[in-house]
Design a protein around this ligand. Structure first.
Ligand SMILES: *Cc1c(COP(=O)(O)O)cnc(C)c1O
Length: 444
Protein backbone atom coordinates (compact mmCIF):
# COMPACT_ATOMS: atom_id res chain seq x y z
CA UNK A 1 0.00 0.00 0.00
CA UNK A 2 1.23 3.40 -0.94
CA UNK A 3 -0.01 6.87 -0.34
CA UNK A 4 -0.69 9.25 -3.17
CA UNK A 5 2.41 11.36 -3.80
CA UNK A 6 2.17 14.87 -5.07
CA UNK A 7 4.28 15.44 -8.17
CA UNK A 8 7.15 17.77 -7.43
CA UNK A 9 8.72 18.01 -10.87
CA UNK A 10 6.99 18.54 -14.18
CA UNK A 11 8.51 16.91 -17.25
CA UNK A 12 7.89 18.15 -20.75
CA UNK A 13 4.64 16.48 -21.81
CA UNK A 14 6.23 15.26 -25.03
CA UNK A 15 8.57 12.84 -23.28
CA UNK A 16 5.68 11.19 -21.46
CA UNK A 17 3.20 11.39 -24.32
CA UNK A 18 3.03 7.61 -24.72
CA UNK A 19 2.74 6.98 -20.96
CA UNK A 20 -0.58 6.67 -19.08
CA UNK A 21 -2.27 10.01 -18.35
CA UNK A 22 -1.70 9.48 -14.61
CA UNK A 23 2.11 9.42 -14.98
CA UNK A 24 3.97 11.94 -12.84
CA UNK A 25 7.63 12.55 -12.09
CA UNK A 26 8.02 12.63 -8.32
CA UNK A 27 11.71 13.45 -8.32
CA UNK A 28 14.01 13.56 -11.32
CA UNK A 29 14.06 10.04 -12.76
CA UNK A 30 11.39 8.75 -10.41
CA UNK A 31 8.11 8.10 -12.22
CA UNK A 32 4.80 7.21 -10.62
CA UNK A 33 1.81 5.72 -12.46
CA UNK A 34 -1.65 5.61 -10.90
CA UNK A 35 -0.11 7.41 -7.91
CA UNK A 36 2.38 4.58 -7.23
CA UNK A 37 6.13 5.03 -7.76
CA UNK A 38 7.27 2.40 -10.26
CA UNK A 39 10.40 1.71 -8.21
CA UNK A 40 8.09 0.71 -5.37
CA UNK A 41 6.14 -1.68 -7.62
CA UNK A 42 9.41 -3.30 -8.70
CA UNK A 43 10.53 -3.60 -5.08
CA UNK A 44 7.26 -5.13 -3.93
CA UNK A 45 6.55 -7.57 -6.79
CA UNK A 46 10.04 -8.15 -8.18
CA UNK A 47 11.02 -7.84 -11.85
CA UNK A 48 10.19 -8.36 -14.61
CA UNK A 49 6.69 -7.15 -13.79
CA UNK A 50 3.84 -5.73 -15.82
CA UNK A 51 2.05 -2.70 -14.36
CA UNK A 52 -1.47 -1.92 -15.55
CA UNK A 53 -3.07 1.48 -14.90
CA UNK A 54 -6.71 0.64 -14.19
CA UNK A 55 -7.94 4.20 -14.74
CA UNK A 56 -6.22 4.32 -18.13
CA UNK A 57 -7.94 1.09 -19.26
CA UNK A 58 -11.32 2.37 -18.06
CA UNK A 59 -10.79 5.79 -19.62
CA UNK A 60 -9.97 4.21 -22.96
CA UNK A 61 -13.14 2.09 -22.79
CA UNK A 62 -15.12 5.28 -22.06
CA UNK A 63 -13.53 7.10 -24.97
CA UNK A 64 -14.78 4.37 -27.30
CA UNK A 65 -18.28 4.54 -25.84
CA UNK A 66 -18.18 8.31 -26.23
CA UNK A 67 -16.91 8.51 -29.82
CA UNK A 68 -18.98 5.51 -31.01
CA UNK A 69 -22.24 6.15 -29.11
CA UNK A 70 -24.44 4.05 -31.45
CA UNK A 71 -21.94 1.28 -32.08
CA UNK A 72 -21.29 -1.91 -30.16
CA UNK A 73 -17.73 -1.84 -28.83
CA UNK A 74 -16.11 -5.23 -28.17
CA UNK A 75 -12.76 -5.42 -26.41
CA UNK A 76 -10.48 -7.88 -28.24
CA UNK A 77 -9.45 -10.14 -25.39
CA UNK A 78 -6.38 -11.52 -27.10
CA UNK A 79 -4.55 -8.22 -26.51
CA UNK A 80 -4.55 -8.96 -22.78
CA UNK A 81 -7.02 -10.77 -20.56
CA UNK A 82 -7.26 -11.47 -16.86
CA UNK A 83 -10.25 -11.54 -14.53
CA UNK A 84 -9.84 -7.91 -13.45
CA UNK A 85 -9.75 -6.84 -17.07
CA UNK A 86 -12.99 -8.78 -17.68
CA UNK A 87 -14.63 -6.81 -14.82
CA UNK A 88 -13.39 -3.42 -15.99
CA UNK A 89 -14.52 -3.99 -19.57
CA UNK A 90 -17.93 -5.15 -18.39
CA UNK A 91 -18.37 -2.26 -15.96
CA UNK A 92 -17.51 0.19 -18.72
CA UNK A 93 -20.24 -1.27 -20.91
CA UNK A 94 -18.19 -2.98 -23.60
CA UNK A 95 -18.71 -6.43 -25.06
CA UNK A 96 -15.91 -8.93 -25.62
CA UNK A 97 -14.29 -10.56 -28.61
CA UNK A 98 -12.59 -13.91 -27.92
CA UNK A 99 -10.70 -16.44 -30.07
CA UNK A 100 -10.66 -19.59 -27.96
CA UNK A 101 -12.48 -21.69 -25.40
CA UNK A 102 -9.88 -20.48 -22.89
CA UNK A 103 -10.57 -16.76 -23.32
CA UNK A 104 -14.30 -17.45 -23.43
CA UNK A 105 -14.35 -19.64 -20.33
CA UNK A 106 -12.25 -17.17 -18.30
CA UNK A 107 -14.62 -14.34 -19.19
CA UNK A 108 -17.85 -16.21 -18.53
CA UNK A 109 -16.65 -17.79 -15.28
CA UNK A 110 -15.70 -14.25 -14.15
CA UNK A 111 -19.31 -13.20 -14.69
CA UNK A 112 -19.17 -11.65 -18.15
CA UNK A 113 -22.57 -11.97 -19.91
CA UNK A 114 -22.06 -14.58 -22.68
CA UNK A 115 -24.56 -12.89 -25.00
CA UNK A 116 -22.17 -9.91 -25.19
CA UNK A 117 -19.31 -12.13 -26.43
CA UNK A 118 -18.33 -12.82 -30.03
CA UNK A 119 -16.19 -15.87 -30.89
CA UNK A 120 -13.64 -15.61 -33.69
CA UNK A 121 -11.04 -17.92 -35.14
CA UNK A 122 -9.90 -19.17 -38.53
CA UNK A 123 -9.67 -22.72 -37.12
CA UNK A 124 -12.04 -23.29 -34.24
CA UNK A 125 -11.47 -26.56 -32.44
CA UNK A 126 -14.32 -28.88 -31.47
CA UNK A 127 -13.73 -27.68 -27.90
CA UNK A 128 -14.02 -24.01 -28.93
CA UNK A 129 -17.39 -24.65 -30.56
CA UNK A 130 -18.65 -26.94 -27.80
CA UNK A 131 -17.73 -24.33 -25.15
CA UNK A 132 -19.32 -21.52 -27.15
CA UNK A 133 -22.62 -23.39 -27.48
CA UNK A 134 -22.58 -24.64 -23.90
CA UNK A 135 -21.97 -21.15 -22.49
CA UNK A 136 -24.38 -19.46 -24.89
CA UNK A 137 -21.99 -17.13 -26.68
CA UNK A 138 -23.73 -14.24 -28.48
CA UNK A 139 -22.34 -14.65 -31.97
CA UNK A 140 -19.91 -16.94 -33.74
CA UNK A 141 -17.95 -15.55 -36.67
CA UNK A 142 -17.77 -18.09 -39.50
CA UNK A 143 -14.35 -18.08 -41.09
CA UNK A 144 -14.35 -21.14 -43.36
CA UNK A 145 -16.92 -23.09 -45.42
CA UNK A 146 -16.43 -26.34 -43.49
CA UNK A 147 -17.40 -24.63 -40.27
CA UNK A 148 -20.99 -24.11 -41.43
CA UNK A 149 -22.03 -27.75 -41.46
CA UNK A 150 -20.05 -28.50 -38.29
CA UNK A 151 -21.70 -25.65 -36.44
CA UNK A 152 -25.18 -26.43 -37.75
CA UNK A 153 -24.79 -30.05 -36.63
CA UNK A 154 -23.50 -29.03 -33.19
CA UNK A 155 -26.38 -26.58 -32.70
CA UNK A 156 -28.87 -29.29 -33.66
CA UNK A 157 -32.19 -29.01 -35.55
CA UNK A 158 -34.01 -27.44 -32.59
CA UNK A 159 -31.18 -25.12 -31.58
CA UNK A 160 -30.46 -21.55 -32.57
CA UNK A 161 -27.19 -19.65 -32.94
CA UNK A 162 -26.44 -16.18 -34.23
CA UNK A 163 -23.50 -16.03 -36.63
CA UNK A 164 -21.59 -13.51 -38.70
CA UNK A 165 -19.37 -14.18 -41.70
CA UNK A 166 -15.85 -12.86 -41.86
CA UNK A 167 -15.22 -11.53 -45.33
CA UNK A 168 -11.98 -10.43 -46.97
CA UNK A 169 -12.48 -6.95 -48.37
CA UNK A 170 -9.19 -7.07 -50.32
CA UNK A 171 -7.57 -4.07 -48.62
CA UNK A 172 -3.97 -3.78 -47.50
CA UNK A 173 -3.53 -2.01 -44.17
CA UNK A 174 -1.57 -2.56 -40.98
CA UNK A 175 1.79 -1.95 -39.36
CA UNK A 176 3.57 -5.06 -40.68
CA UNK A 177 3.05 -7.90 -43.17
CA UNK A 178 2.44 -10.37 -40.37
CA UNK A 179 -0.49 -8.35 -39.02
CA UNK A 180 -2.26 -7.55 -42.30
CA UNK A 181 -5.46 -9.56 -42.53
CA UNK A 182 -7.59 -7.64 -45.02
CA UNK A 183 -5.79 -8.78 -48.15
CA UNK A 184 -6.61 -11.77 -50.35
CA UNK A 185 -3.56 -13.92 -49.73
CA UNK A 186 -3.69 -14.70 -46.00
CA UNK A 187 -5.48 -17.25 -43.86
CA UNK A 188 -8.41 -15.24 -42.45
CA UNK A 189 -11.88 -14.78 -43.84
CA UNK A 190 -13.73 -15.59 -47.05
CA UNK A 191 -12.95 -13.70 -50.22
CA UNK A 192 -15.58 -11.40 -51.72
CA UNK A 193 -13.64 -11.17 -54.98
CA UNK A 194 -13.56 -14.93 -55.56
CA UNK A 195 -17.16 -15.45 -54.44
CA UNK A 196 -16.34 -17.66 -51.42
CA UNK A 197 -18.07 -15.23 -49.07
CA UNK A 198 -21.27 -15.22 -51.17
CA UNK A 199 -21.20 -19.01 -51.40
CA UNK A 200 -20.81 -19.42 -47.62
CA UNK A 201 -23.61 -16.94 -46.97
CA UNK A 202 -25.98 -18.89 -49.24
CA UNK A 203 -25.16 -22.07 -47.33
CA UNK A 204 -25.79 -20.38 -43.98
CA UNK A 205 -29.17 -19.14 -45.20
CA UNK A 206 -30.04 -22.80 -45.89
CA UNK A 207 -29.50 -23.68 -42.23
CA UNK A 208 -32.59 -22.61 -40.27
CA UNK A 209 -30.84 -22.97 -36.91
CA UNK A 210 -28.18 -20.42 -37.90
CA UNK A 211 -29.22 -16.77 -37.89
CA UNK A 212 -26.92 -14.57 -39.95
CA UNK A 213 -26.78 -11.19 -38.19
CA UNK A 214 -24.10 -9.48 -40.23
CA UNK A 215 -20.77 -9.37 -41.98
CA UNK A 216 -17.41 -8.99 -40.29
CA UNK A 217 -14.02 -7.87 -41.51
CA UNK A 218 -10.76 -7.12 -39.73
CA UNK A 219 -8.12 -5.38 -41.80
CA UNK A 220 -5.11 -5.95 -39.59
CA UNK A 221 -3.43 -4.29 -36.68
CA UNK A 222 -1.64 -1.04 -35.85
CA UNK A 223 -3.45 0.90 -38.59
CA UNK A 224 -2.97 4.66 -38.21
CA UNK A 225 -5.09 5.96 -41.12
CA UNK A 226 -8.89 6.17 -41.41
CA UNK A 227 -8.88 5.54 -45.17
CA UNK A 228 -8.67 1.72 -45.24
CA UNK A 229 -11.68 1.54 -42.90
CA UNK A 230 -13.71 3.69 -45.30
CA UNK A 231 -12.69 1.47 -48.21
CA UNK A 232 -13.75 -1.56 -46.16
CA UNK A 233 -17.15 0.00 -45.44
CA UNK A 234 -17.69 0.53 -49.19
CA UNK A 235 -16.70 -3.05 -50.07
CA UNK A 236 -18.76 -4.69 -47.37
CA UNK A 237 -21.81 -2.50 -48.01
CA UNK A 238 -21.41 -3.37 -51.72
CA UNK A 239 -21.73 -7.04 -50.79
CA UNK A 240 -24.68 -6.33 -48.49
CA UNK A 241 -26.43 -4.58 -51.36
CA UNK A 242 -25.92 -7.61 -53.66
CA UNK A 243 -27.20 -9.96 -50.94
CA UNK A 244 -30.24 -7.73 -50.56
CA UNK A 245 -30.90 -7.95 -54.29
CA UNK A 246 -30.31 -11.70 -54.57
CA UNK A 247 -31.84 -13.00 -51.36
CA UNK A 248 -33.89 -10.06 -50.10
CA UNK A 249 -31.52 -10.23 -47.15
CA UNK A 250 -31.27 -7.33 -44.67
CA UNK A 251 -28.34 -7.71 -42.32
CA UNK A 252 -28.61 -5.71 -39.08
CA UNK A 253 -24.88 -5.63 -38.21
CA UNK A 254 -21.58 -4.65 -39.77
CA UNK A 255 -18.48 -5.48 -37.74
CA UNK A 256 -15.41 -3.52 -38.84
CA UNK A 257 -12.98 -5.34 -36.51
CA UNK A 258 -10.19 -3.56 -34.67
CA UNK A 259 -6.61 -2.70 -35.51
CA UNK A 260 -6.63 0.89 -34.28
CA UNK A 261 -3.00 2.03 -34.19
CA UNK A 262 -1.28 3.57 -31.15
CA UNK A 263 2.01 5.42 -30.60
CA UNK A 264 4.76 3.29 -29.08
CA UNK A 265 7.32 6.09 -29.01
CA UNK A 266 6.94 9.85 -28.51
CA UNK A 267 6.20 11.54 -31.82
CA UNK A 268 4.63 8.49 -33.45
CA UNK A 269 1.17 8.70 -34.91
CA UNK A 270 -1.93 7.06 -33.44
CA UNK A 271 -5.24 6.50 -35.21
CA UNK A 272 -7.58 9.45 -34.60
CA UNK A 273 -10.64 7.72 -33.11
CA UNK A 274 -12.90 10.77 -33.34
CA UNK A 275 -12.16 11.12 -37.06
CA UNK A 276 -12.56 7.37 -37.53
CA UNK A 277 -15.99 7.35 -35.87
CA UNK A 278 -17.24 10.41 -37.73
CA UNK A 279 -16.03 9.38 -41.18
CA UNK A 280 -17.10 5.75 -40.87
CA UNK A 281 -20.57 6.90 -39.80
CA UNK A 282 -20.83 9.23 -42.83
CA UNK A 283 -19.47 6.64 -45.25
CA UNK A 284 -21.80 3.96 -43.93
CA UNK A 285 -24.87 6.19 -44.15
CA UNK A 286 -24.02 7.34 -47.67
CA UNK A 287 -23.10 3.90 -48.99
CA UNK A 288 -26.27 2.33 -47.58
CA UNK A 289 -28.37 5.22 -48.87
CA UNK A 290 -26.96 4.80 -52.36
CA UNK A 291 -27.56 1.04 -52.23
CA UNK A 292 -31.07 1.43 -50.88
CA UNK A 293 -30.49 -0.74 -47.80
CA UNK A 294 -31.03 0.10 -44.11
CA UNK A 295 -27.91 1.25 -42.21
CA UNK A 296 -26.63 -1.69 -40.13
CA UNK A 297 -25.47 -1.24 -36.56
CA UNK A 298 -21.71 -0.79 -36.44
CA UNK A 299 -19.51 -3.06 -34.31
CA UNK A 300 -15.85 -2.25 -33.54
CA UNK A 301 -13.31 -4.49 -31.82
CA UNK A 302 -10.35 -2.55 -30.37
CA UNK A 303 -7.75 -4.53 -28.44
CA UNK A 304 -4.38 -2.81 -28.54
CA UNK A 305 -5.83 0.72 -28.29
CA UNK A 306 -7.49 -0.15 -24.98
CA UNK A 307 -4.84 -2.22 -23.21
CA UNK A 308 -1.56 -1.20 -24.86
CA UNK A 309 -0.95 2.31 -23.51
CA UNK A 310 -2.19 1.30 -20.03
CA UNK A 311 0.67 -1.13 -19.42
CA UNK A 312 4.32 -0.71 -18.46
CA UNK A 313 6.97 -3.42 -18.28
CA UNK A 314 9.60 -3.04 -15.56
CA UNK A 315 12.96 -4.79 -15.74
CA UNK A 316 16.20 -4.76 -13.78
CA UNK A 317 19.43 -4.38 -15.69
CA UNK A 318 21.57 -7.48 -15.17
CA UNK A 319 24.58 -6.72 -17.35
CA UNK A 320 26.06 -3.92 -19.45
CA UNK A 321 28.50 -4.98 -22.16
CA UNK A 322 30.50 -2.82 -24.52
CA UNK A 323 31.39 -4.54 -27.81
CA UNK A 324 32.90 -3.07 -31.00
CA UNK A 325 30.16 -0.65 -31.97
CA UNK A 326 27.49 -1.29 -29.42
CA UNK A 327 26.57 -0.99 -25.78
CA UNK A 328 24.29 -3.89 -24.85
CA UNK A 329 22.11 -3.39 -21.81
CA UNK A 330 20.76 -6.81 -20.77
CA UNK A 331 17.66 -7.04 -18.60
CA UNK A 332 15.99 -9.82 -16.60
CA UNK A 333 13.20 -10.41 -19.16
CA UNK A 334 13.09 -10.43 -22.94
CA UNK A 335 11.49 -12.32 -25.79
CA UNK A 336 9.64 -14.68 -23.43
CA UNK A 337 7.59 -11.80 -22.02
CA UNK A 338 7.64 -9.59 -25.13
CA UNK A 339 8.12 -11.39 -28.46
CA UNK A 340 6.94 -8.39 -30.51
CA UNK A 341 10.31 -6.86 -31.45
CA UNK A 342 11.53 -10.27 -32.66
CA UNK A 343 8.24 -11.01 -34.48
CA UNK A 344 7.55 -7.71 -36.17
CA UNK A 345 10.51 -5.44 -35.47
CA UNK A 346 8.51 -3.19 -33.15
CA UNK A 347 10.37 -0.23 -31.61
CA UNK A 348 10.05 0.91 -27.98
CA UNK A 349 11.31 3.82 -25.90
CA UNK A 350 12.58 2.40 -22.58
CA UNK A 351 13.48 4.78 -19.77
CA UNK A 352 15.80 4.60 -16.81
CA UNK A 353 13.73 5.02 -13.64
CA UNK A 354 14.30 5.09 -9.92
CA UNK A 355 17.36 7.34 -10.01
CA UNK A 356 18.51 10.51 -11.69
CA UNK A 357 21.59 10.51 -13.89
CA UNK A 358 23.65 13.57 -14.72
CA UNK A 359 25.38 11.72 -17.57
CA UNK A 360 24.61 12.52 -21.21
CA UNK A 361 22.46 10.07 -23.16
CA UNK A 362 24.25 7.33 -25.10
CA UNK A 363 22.96 5.02 -27.85
CA UNK A 364 22.42 1.51 -26.49
CA UNK A 365 20.60 -1.69 -27.42
CA UNK A 366 18.41 -3.20 -24.72
CA UNK A 367 18.48 -6.98 -24.95
CA UNK A 368 16.83 -9.79 -23.02
CA UNK A 369 18.30 -12.72 -21.11
CA UNK A 370 17.29 -15.46 -23.54
CA UNK A 371 19.49 -17.73 -25.59
CA UNK A 372 18.90 -16.10 -28.98
CA UNK A 373 20.81 -13.27 -30.59
CA UNK A 374 17.45 -11.96 -31.82
CA UNK A 375 16.30 -11.43 -28.22
CA UNK A 376 16.42 -7.64 -28.57
CA UNK A 377 13.84 -5.54 -26.71
CA UNK A 378 14.85 -2.13 -28.02
CA UNK A 379 17.56 -1.50 -30.58
CA UNK A 380 19.30 1.88 -30.86
CA UNK A 381 17.68 3.72 -28.01
CA UNK A 382 19.09 6.43 -25.77
CA UNK A 383 19.82 5.79 -22.11
CA UNK A 384 22.10 7.66 -19.68
CA UNK A 385 25.71 6.70 -20.37
CA UNK A 386 26.21 5.44 -16.79
CA UNK A 387 23.43 2.80 -17.05
CA UNK A 388 24.58 -0.12 -14.91
CA UNK A 389 23.55 -3.46 -13.41
CA UNK A 390 20.88 -2.98 -10.75
CA UNK A 391 19.21 -0.09 -12.59
CA UNK A 392 15.51 -0.22 -13.33
CA UNK A 393 14.22 0.17 -16.88
CA UNK A 394 10.59 0.88 -17.74
CA UNK A 395 9.10 0.13 -21.15
CA UNK A 396 5.86 2.03 -21.76
CA UNK A 397 2.99 0.88 -24.02
CA UNK A 398 3.44 -2.71 -22.82
CA UNK A 399 -0.19 -3.56 -22.04
CA UNK A 400 -1.16 -5.36 -25.27
CA UNK A 401 0.31 -8.45 -26.95
CA UNK A 402 3.11 -8.79 -24.40
CA UNK A 403 1.94 -11.12 -21.67
CA UNK A 404 -0.78 -12.59 -23.88
CA UNK A 405 1.97 -13.74 -26.25
CA UNK A 406 4.46 -14.72 -23.53
CA UNK A 407 6.16 -18.10 -23.78
CA UNK A 408 7.84 -20.59 -21.52
CA UNK A 409 11.22 -20.18 -23.21
CA UNK A 410 14.20 -20.99 -20.96
CA UNK A 411 11.77 -21.78 -18.12
CA UNK A 412 12.18 -18.31 -16.63
CA UNK A 413 8.44 -18.14 -15.82
CA UNK A 414 6.01 -15.52 -17.02
CA UNK A 415 5.98 -12.19 -15.13
CA UNK A 416 3.20 -11.07 -12.79
CA UNK A 417 0.71 -8.27 -13.46
CA UNK A 418 0.08 -5.58 -10.87
CA UNK A 419 -2.71 -3.02 -11.17
CA UNK A 420 -2.18 0.53 -9.95
CA UNK A 421 -4.97 2.91 -9.05
CA UNK A 422 -5.26 5.99 -6.83
CA UNK A 423 -2.01 5.38 -4.99
CA UNK A 424 -2.48 1.65 -4.46
CA UNK A 425 -0.89 -1.32 -6.19
CA UNK A 426 -2.42 -4.80 -6.14
CA UNK A 427 -1.45 -8.10 -7.70
CA UNK A 428 -3.75 -9.32 -10.49
CA UNK A 429 -1.75 -12.23 -11.88
CA UNK A 430 1.09 -13.77 -9.89
CA UNK A 431 4.49 -14.70 -11.27
CA UNK A 432 4.76 -18.16 -12.83
CA UNK A 433 6.94 -20.16 -10.47
CA UNK A 434 9.19 -23.15 -10.94
CA UNK A 435 6.55 -25.10 -9.01
CA UNK A 436 3.96 -24.16 -11.64
CA UNK A 437 6.27 -25.38 -14.36
CA UNK A 438 7.21 -28.55 -12.47
CA UNK A 439 3.61 -29.42 -11.68
CA UNK A 440 2.75 -29.67 -15.38
CA UNK A 441 5.69 -31.96 -16.00
CA UNK A 442 4.07 -35.24 -14.99
CA UNK A 443 6.12 -37.91 -16.77
CA UNK A 444 9.51 -39.52 -16.15
C1 LIG B 1 -6.78 -9.08 -33.19
C2 LIG B 1 -8.16 -8.77 -33.55
C3 LIG B 1 -8.76 -7.59 -33.08
C4 LIG B 1 -8.02 -6.56 -32.27
O1 LIG B 1 -6.95 -6.00 -32.95
P1 LIG B 1 -6.17 -4.77 -32.32
O2 LIG B 1 -5.11 -4.49 -33.29
O3 LIG B 1 -5.63 -5.23 -31.01
O4 LIG B 1 -7.16 -3.68 -32.15
C5 LIG B 1 -10.08 -7.38 -33.39
N1 LIG B 1 -10.78 -8.28 -34.12
C6 LIG B 1 -10.24 -9.41 -34.61
C7 LIG B 1 -11.04 -10.34 -35.39
C8 LIG B 1 -8.91 -9.69 -34.33
O5 LIG B 1 -8.36 -10.80 -34.81
Amino acid sequence: MTTLHEPTVTTTPDELSVWPASTTELRPGDLAVGGVPLAEVAERFGTPVYVLDEAEVRERCRTYRHVFPDAEVLYAAKAFLCRAMVHWVEEEGLGLDVCSAGELELAVTTGFPPEKIVLHGNAKSPRDLETALRLGVGRIVIDSPSEIARLAAAVGPDGHQKVMVRVVPGISAGGHDKIRTGTEDQKFGLSIRDGYAQHAIARILDQPQLELTGLHCHLGSQITSVKPYLAAVRRVVGLMARLHEQHGLVLPELDLGGGHGIAYRPGEEALDLTALARKVRTELTEACGAAGIPVPRLVVEPGRAIAGPAGIALYHVLAVKRTGDHIFVAVDGGMSDNPRPALYGVRYAPRLIGRASAEPMAPVTVVGRHCEAGDVLAADVELPADVRPGDLLAVPVAGAYHLSMASGYNLVGRPPVAAVRAGHARLLVRRESLDDIRSRDVGL
